[in-house]
Design a protein around this ligand. Structure first.
Ligand SMILES: [Zn+2]
Length: 341
């Protein structure tokens, strides 16, 4: 049986009515598994969205036997919105810190970001083709690794932080239309090794699914079709959790009514996994995830990172409270109350 997505945006989770017959609170059966998926059904001989049968309501039976109907806000998706995602993980004292950053934008915005990243690379290394090297924050920030790297060794140590500040300028320049989303979780890890592994796996799924569910709900609400490109930082074949994270959200949950509410009755493509840094937005996602994790980790001991979260401008932050709920806020920082001290 597929795992149910553990997270719903509040707007969906709060849907309820009072039963006409007995007056009790009734909610849609989000998590009952249905026989068929809640995606558009295309009659024979038709293509595309036109003529498709779309789920626009769902019925729940109350304990008293009466039926209550709930409308599903179905949307026709008109344009694409692209999301590029990368992750960072750290051990902070007895916590595992998980961070997943998504850089989002319409085609025009993404193109602008691509140009800005290229220009920034030319500025720091004018003699090297910007297409020939990728930003990998961990290696660039580690002075030992940097001097051994074929390209990074040409960047002097005093130019490293200004380079990343240049990256944050690109974020802030585009923040007015920002679709950037970041999901984080501090997991208080059990000391038992095996328990910790299971705990971590569940935590990753929650943080990841919350992120994708939120992105799907927000874009489809605006009649945009989300397309996800994610960094396959580890070989996919050897690491099924990477696929599991995403495919649970798409395939498993298509048989849950929650999926129809999340996607506004649309069929959303499964994410594409690509080589690390193979798109400028993946490079920026790497930069954000790295510094978000570094900031949060440092703040647990009242220290500061070289670059603060504020410099990245406006983000939608999702913060895991427990394995079933997330807090959500839009702004340029994560308040201290979410950081263990
Ligand atoms: Zn009733």
């Amino acid at each position: 049986m597929p795992k149910r997505p553990p997270f719903l945006p509040e707007e969906i989770a709060n849907i309820h009515k009072l039963c006409d017959s007995c007056g009790k609170i009734v909610r849609p059966n989000f998590w009952s598994e249905f026989d068929g998926p809640f995606i558009p059904i295309y009659p024979d001989g038709t293509k595309g969205e036109k003529g498709a049968f779309i789920q626009i309501s769902a019925t729940t039976s109350c304990g008293c036997g009466a039926k209550t109907s709930f409308d599903i806000e179905a949307k026709r998706l008109k344009h694409f919105i692209h999301f590029y995602g990368d992750e960072a993980e750290r051990q902070v004292r007895n916590y595992d810190l998980l961070v997943y950053s998504l850089i989002g934008g319409t085609s025009g915005q993404i193109q602008q970001i691509e140009e800005d990243v290229r220009a920034l690379k030319c500025e720091v290394l004018p003699d090297i083709d910007p297409e020939s090297w990728r930003i990998h924050t961990t290696e660039m920030m580690d002075s030992k690794k940097r001097i051994q790297h074929g390209v990074y060794k040409h960047i002097s140590s005093k130019k490293i932080i200004p380079f990343f500040e240049g990256c944050t300028n690109i974020f802030r320049k585009n923040e007015e239309f920002s679709w950037n989303i970041c999901s984080i979780g501090f997991l208080k890890s059990p000391s038992n090794k095996r328990k910790r592994r299971t705990y971590l796996k569940d935590g990753r799924i929650t943080v990841h699914q919350a992120l994708l569910s939120y992105a799907i709900h927000r874009s489809t609400k605006k009649e945009l079709r989300p397309m996800f490109t994610l960094d396959a930082s580890r070989p996919i074949i050897n690491d099924p959790h990477l696929e599991g994270w995403s495919y649970d959200t798409y395939n498993g949950s298509r048989c849950f009514l929650a999926n129809a509410f999340l996607s506004h009755s649309n069929d959303i493509n499964a994410p594409n996994f690509v080589a690390p840094g193979s798109h400028p937005c993946l490079e920026l996602a790497d930069v954000h995830a790295y510094f978000a994790a570094r900031n949060l980790a440092k703040r647990t001991t009242k220290q500061r990172a070289e670059i603060s979260l504020k410099e990245f401008g406006k983000f939608s932050y999702l913060i895991m409270l427990d394995n079933n709920s997330m807090d959500y806020l839009t702004g340029d920082d994560i308040p201290n109350k979410y950081i263990p001290s």
